[in-house]
Write a protein that binds this ligand. Structure first.
Ligand SMILES: [Fe+2]
Length: 475
């Protein structure tokens, strides 16, 4: 098979996109894919970039809403606990405690305690008059479910407890701000940038009639140019210039970019922020948000197993090349030798990719995009409480300015919310000569997805409509 292949057998004549060390942080960020075929650029601008431009027209309305509804809203303890344990913020919950956690919480840690660690925000540099504070939350199991037992703020090195009045109310905002920063710039980016190497190498190194290429191609559309825009455009929301009506973050580019590094390179001696490794299993996430992931993951695994059972011997040759190329770029990605000796590893690799760029990615956006921006702030215009006994009243309406809310609302509309262009349920695969036999597997897959949605709805943990799950990373 290999010797007969011509450049024309490949999507981009074997000259397609390829990963390279990230120019900003070659050792701290995921490999970047920056040199893209013109057709991918045009496709993105036509379908995605144009939506951004249209949406920008609503900026005056967002600012007006910031004036009419100033500042933040109160966050009840119940809402606070729900945010931490039942939303995408559940990704921060861990059962392991490192030395720093034990030093901070001491004897409060019980055998079933959990911790939410938002130390990563320590690298954020803030604009004048805006504050950010690393925090940790100790969670305890009660008769009413999981609840925050106390909050530790690094600025004061104090513990804040519920019912402590103003200091507790303010501490909650700093936790939610930290979670918002870590959600959007530490944890979620791991579903974006590391997977770009797989996207690029699939397009460049697999022939167009290869089963793996045909399976993955619909799940790679729009992504590479989107990533390039976020990482390299001077108009990216990471740059936080005053004139950008969609740049909601609390500080300048340098610190924000370091959040990406913490997500990928990890934080030394912090068990909650390990260095990135390509995952071969369903992401381990606490509670119902995790259960939502696990249920769909099994369905994707079944589909991938069924499709890849049709790989021919000749196709295995190219699949192993594909593995070999990606292995060079992604930590934890299996080697050619390991996949050759354990073929099931290929199914695990492909399942992880397919799940994460579709359901795993969209659900984060859908969930975060629906959070109340007046309860989960990105900017806070007051210092963190200095002691638990601090009693000065917190006036939520003065914690942000109207343009803070306006920029946040615009960022939410443009980038944080899901805005599906091509959906998983409507994905069309072109399997060439094998269309008839494999289309049957696709139909079964979509049916099982719908059955899973019905089950999750019955159980009250359907986090989003299946029909809105995107086919690729496109927002
Ligand atoms: Fe995303």
């Amino acid at each position: 098979m290999e010797s007969q292949r011509k450049p024309s057998d490949f999507l981009y004549q074997r000259r397609g996109p390829w990963p390279q060390p990230c120019p900003e942080h070659p050792f701290g960020e995921a490999p970047a894919v920056l040199h893209l075929p013109l057709r991918e650029t045009i496709d993105w601008w036509f379908h995605i970039g144009s939506r951004y431009l249209r949406t920008l027209l609503s900026a005056p309305l967002a600012y007006l809403r910031g004036i009419i509804q100033p500042g933040l809203q109160m966050v009840s303890d119940r809402d606070f606990n729900d945010y931490l344990t039942k939303s995408m913020m559940a990704k921060f919950i861990r059962p392991e405690f490192d030395d720093e956690d034990r030093r901070v919480f001491g004897d409060l840690i019980k055998s079933d305690s959990l911790v939410v660690d938002l130390q990563a925000v320590r690298v954020v540099k803030t604009f004048d008059g805006i504050w950010v504070c690393p925090s940790k939350v100790l969670l305890e199991k009660t008769a009413y479910g999981w609840q925050a037992q106390c909050i530790h703020l690094q600025s004061s090195k104090e513990l804040f407890y519920p019912n402590a009045g103003a200091s507790w109310e303010l501490a909650k905002y700093f936790v939610l701000q930290g979670a918002a920063l870590c959600a959007t710039l530490v944890v979620h980016p791991l579903l974006h940038f590391p997977l770009d190497a797989i996207n690029a190498i699939t397009k460049t190194a697999l022939p167009k009639d290869h089963l793996l290429f045909q399976l993955l191609l619909p799940h790679t559309r729009f992504t590479l140019y989107l990533e390039k825009a976020v990482l390299t455009f001077k108009s990216s929301l990471l740059h936080g210039k005053w004139w950008m009506p969609y740049a909601p973050y609390p500080g300048p580019y340098e610190g924000l970019r370091d959040l990406l590094v913490e997500g990928y390179a990890g934080i030394e001696q912090n068990v909650n922020y390990p260095a990135y490794q390509y995952q071969l299993e369903c992401p381990k996430i606490f509670g119902s948000y995790g259960e939502y992931h696990r249920r769909y993951y099994r369905v994707v695994q079944g589909f991938v197993d069924a499709v890849l059972a049709n790989l021919s011997k000749e196709e295995w040759v190219y699949a192993l090349h594909w593995v070999h190329y990606i292995h060079a770029w992604l930590p934890g990605f299996p080697s050619r030798e390991s996949v050759a000796s354990t073929p099931q590893l290929l199914n695990k690799i492909v399942t992880s990719y397919l799940f994460n760029v579709t359901i795993g990615h969209t659900i984060d956006h859908y969930n975060y995009g629906r959070m109340n921006i007046r309860q989960v702030p990105l900017r806070l215009r007051t210092p963190p409480p200095s002691s638990p006994s601090e009693s000065s009243r917190v006036d939520p309406s003065r914690l942000t300015r109207f343009w803070d809310n306006g920029k946040y609302e615009m960022a939410s509309k443009l980038f944080f919310s899901s805005s599906t262009k091509t959906s998983l349920l409507n994905t069309h695969y072109d399997f060439g000569d094998r269309q008839f036999e494999i289309q049957r597997l696709v139909d079964e897959f979509k049916l099982k997805l719908q059955q899973t949605e019905a089950d999750l709805t019955r159980e009250g943990i359907n986090y989003m409509p299946l029909c809105e799950v995107a086919a690729s990373i496109q927002f």
